[in-house]
Design a protein around this ligand. Structure first.
Ligand SMILES: [Zn+2]
Length: 269
């Protein structure tokens, strides 16, 4: 049997026995696959590097229908993201992208353009200024939701369909914007603030067009955290299961330390 070949983004890898590695990848041709790299832990080198998380590699493997694992025959690095490797904050954003893919995508689903979104988001997170990293993650999350078939309704009220009524907020549970009439107190719908809803609408425009210009609104850290939480809740509600994204917990921890530093004055103790 001849091996198949595909571009792949490494989502995670594990030790397997003394010398081998289990590598979970999202491939452009075959969706998510689990590859066994025999001897993949020996001597590091180019093969080892090509199997590191966040690497875009070309992989060759033996694909067998109905098997959970495939045997890797070779891997070569195609694209790496050097700034992400050097910067722990960028790395956490990139890791959030691959973790989200790993948690929401099941085995061997055919790619619906998601590969390109992942690669573009990692490239953005490698390049953009640090205060644009949130925007890049939000755009990715909206594109991921669309690829999964549950992109949020952001052009009209998700409940009544009206595009004319004043906006009340965004509902992660209903999966879209809610107008003031439907969101009136007593409606029982949990909503974000109007400004979170408006930021989401702007991010969605960028996500669809592939623009990286950002929402162009100056947001406080707390407002950014609200948008991040709304999108996370939305992905959990629509996907129907909890997403424990470790790198996002890590980022939240960094933010808490940063804001504690600002409040007490940096350098003081
Ligand atoms: Zn409505």
């Amino acid at each position: 049997m001849a091996p198949v070949e595909s571009r792949a983004i490494v989502l995670r890898s594990y030790k397997l026995g003394e010398t081998s590695k289990l590598v979970v990848c999202y491939t452009q041709e075959f969706g998510k696959v689990r590859l066994v790299a025999k001897g993949g832990r020996k001597g590091g080198g180019r093969l080892g590097a090509a199997l590191e998380p966040l690497m875009v590699s070309r992989v060759l493997f033996y694909l067998k229908e109905g098997r959970a694992l495939s045997l890797l025959s070779g891997a070569e690095i195609e694209r790496e993201f050097p700034s992400m490797r050097r910067d722990v904050v960028r790395m956490a954003y990139g890791s959030a992208v691959v973790e989200l893919v790993d948690r929401t995508i099941h085995e061997r689903e055919k790619d619906t353009g998601l590969f390109d979104h992942i690669e573009r988001s990692l490239a953005e997170m490698d390049q953009v200024s640090e205060d644009e990293l949130d925007d890049a993650l939000w755009r990715f999350e909206l594109n991921l939701a669309a690829a999964l078939g549950y992109g949020p309704e952001l052009s009209a009220c998700v409940r009544c369909g009206s595009a004319d009524n004043r906006l009340a907020g965004f509902s992660p549970t209903l999966g879209g914007l809610v107008c003031a009439r439907c969101g009136a107190s007593g409606s029982g719908i949990a909503l974000t603030t109007v400004s979170v809803a408006e930021v989401l609408r702007l991010v969605a425009v960028d996500a669809r067009s592939g623009s990286t210009s950002g929402v162009g609104v100056r947001l406080t850290r707390a407002e950014r955290d609200d948008v991040t939480r709304a999108l996370h809740d939305f992905l959990e509600e629509q996907g129907g299961h909890r997403l424990r994204i470790k790198s996002m917990d890590f980022l939240a921890q960094i933010r808490r330390l940063e804001s504690a530093g600002t409040e007490t004055g940096e350098g003081n103790d």
